[in-house]
Write a protein that binds this ligand. Structure first.
Ligand SMILES: Cc1cc2nc3c(=O)[nH]c(=O)nc-3n(C[C@H](O)[C@H](O)[C@H](O)COP(=O)(O)OP(=O)(O)OC[C@H]3O[C@@H](n4cnc5c(N)ncnc54)[C@H](O)[C@@H]3O)c2cc1C
Length: 475
């Protein structure tokens, strides 16, 4: 049956059910607004289906297998066998549980769910094309709209994700096999998380990066700790090389790279994973019909309330310019947009945005680095605590890395932290909270931390900045 173009109306229309969109929809409904959420693929978006959650499931499994097989020092002798198809089923189960939960939460909060692809007719209406043959379309009129259409992986010339030898991160995380040889193009956070994971699962991994280091945007001493561990895991890293193409060779492929000077190299592999970044999805919604225009990279510009240049149309998450492409940023922006629509006095405050990289070891950062604090006109004081001086870190057998805390001198207000080491993704939350609360070094240092924990290293870093550290030499 073909459903005709029936027009319905809603106060708030949210396009895209990723962590930006579904959170915005729930908060709008909680505010008593009649809210409709339209999704063309899967509830939970990239994050739950193809990104954060599947990658962390793979990382956990790879860590477990690797640790169990490398614990002779502790008297544990094991040779774990990884059943990739079972591992993938388990990962899929976790994803299903979470995406099912998102759908239930939306319904329980009174959000109207619509499946289909939204395209703008004008600044107050979208047409929804329902997927599949004969599914028809409908028009939804709205008072306010929140665009949360996310991002997609960037393809580079010569590497087509349609080819089975060429993996996007999504393909890698859907795989039920481990390639014997894997070339990873891109040493950013997704490239390094997946390199480490596949190396631990038994692949022979080669990273090719155009820049001269991994993890651009992170301080050199932070990246160095991850790079050393990657080397120890046998990952071969090649810098200053851009991947230029690949050809089939025997049973595998040959990936070619080129330096700026035109010097070529070749790497044998079974798969090539291209992880060179993500681009915003703003080009499939006919935004021009609503009077909207994306910037030259496809991002939508927004103000502090996440309003675009068209007042009743908001944008949140990966599709937005100037904020990092992170799930928790998308969710926060979604809440701000929904509450602003409801008339609440809110704004997006990006002072303390934590970020984590789930490499080995992990990285957790928030706020300013020492250099950024200086540039911003502060006279920063810095304290550091190496994990090798932490009792708990030593008992986990993971003592590489450090906690660094940056604060204003003399007020002591905490400005930022850079953590590289065990559980850095969790530890950074304490410093994010400190910044949000306007806490000082003294507040952090005088808070009694449980012993023995990794969190004590945050306290010790604050003590170090104050010249009062007990377990490490004061600067
Ligand atoms: C491998 C990987 C690992 C990652 N790990 C992390 C991590 O550890 N931590 C972290 O914070 N972030 C991580 N990210 C990034 C995170 O996934 C994104 O920042 C986040 O998903 C962005 O949320 P969003 O709501 O803006 O968009 P998305 O999650 O991309 O959701 C957008 C949704 O909109 C839908 N859509 C698009 N166009 C339309 C349309 N016209 N009509 C209807 N629906 C539409 C899409 O189908 C999609 O479901 C990772 C990403 C990847 C790829």
């Amino acid at each position: 049956m073909v459903v005709g173009d029936i027009a319905t109306g809603t106060q708030v229309l949210v396009i895209g059910a990723g962590p930006g969109g579904y959170v915005a929809a729930i908060r709008a409904a909680q505010q008593g607004l009649d809210t409709t959420l339209v999704e063309k693929d899967a509830y939970g978006g990239t994050c739950l289906n193809y990104g954060c959650i599947p990658s962390k499931a793979f990382i956990t499994s790879a860590n477990l297998a690797h640790e169990a097989g490398h614990a002779e020092e502790m008297g544990i002798h094991a040779d774990p066998v990884v059943d990739m198809s079972q591992l993938r089923d388990w990962k899929d189960g976790v994803v299903d549980q979470l995406t099912g939960g998102v759908e239930k939460l939306c319904k329980a909060n009174g959000v109207n769910l619509v499946e289909g692809t939204a395209r703008f007719k004008d600044e107050n209406a979208v047409r929804i094309a329902h997927g599949g043959e004969g599914q028809g379309s409908e028009t939804i009129e709205f008072e306010q709209c929140i665009i949360a259409t996310g991002s997609r992986p960037i393809q580079i010339p010569g590497f087509d994700f349609a080819d089975e030898q060429v993996w996007s991160s999504r393909d890698a995380l859907a795989s039920d096999t481990v390639p014997e040889r894997l070339v990873v193009v891109g040493g950013g956070y997704i490239g390094m998380e997946l390199s480490t994971t596949f190396a631990k699962l038994g692949a022979d991994v080669t990273v090719v990066e155009m820049l001269d280091d991994i993890l651009p945007g992170y301080e050199a001493d932070v990246a160095r700790v991850v790079k050393q561990r990657a080397k120890d895991l046998g990952i071969d890293m090649n810098f200053g090389e851009a991947a230029s193409g690949w050809t089939e060779e025997g049973e595998g492929i040959l990936v070619t790279t080129e330096t700026e000077d035109g010097e070529e190299s070749e790497y044998r592999a079974d798969k090539v994973l291209v992880a060179v970044g993500r681009s915003p999805v703003s080009d499939t919604m006919e935004i021009e019909n609503a009077g909207l225009e994306a910037d030259d990279r496809g991002f939508l510009e927004v103000n502090d309330f996440r309003q675009t240049s068209v007042e009743n149309i908001y944008a949140v998450g990966d599709v937005v310019a100037d904020t990092p492409m992170l799930a928790h940023v998308a969710s926060k922006e979604g809440i701000v947009a929904a509450e602003h629509i409801a008339g609440e006095p809110v704004a997006f405050d990006s002072q303390a945005v934590p970020a984590a990289v789930f490499t080995d070891p992990e990285i957790g950062t928030v706020g300013m680095t020492e250099e950024e604090a200086e540039e911003a006109g502060f006279e920063p004081v810095v304290g550091q605590m190496p994990f090798r001086a932490s009792g708990r870190a030593l008992t986990t057998n993971h003592a590489d890395g450090f906690v660094r805390i940056v604060a204003d001198d003399p007020s002591g207000f905490v400005l930022g932290a850079q953590i590289v080491g065990p559980e850095a993704s969790e530890l950074v939350a304490e410093v994010a909270f400190a910044i949000e609360m306007g806490a000082t070094l003294e507040d952090v240092a005088s808070t009694i931390h449980t012993h023995p924990t990794l969190a004590e290293a945050v306290m010790e870093a604050a003590e170090n900045a104050l010249g009062q550290a007990i377990h490490t030499l004061n600067r």
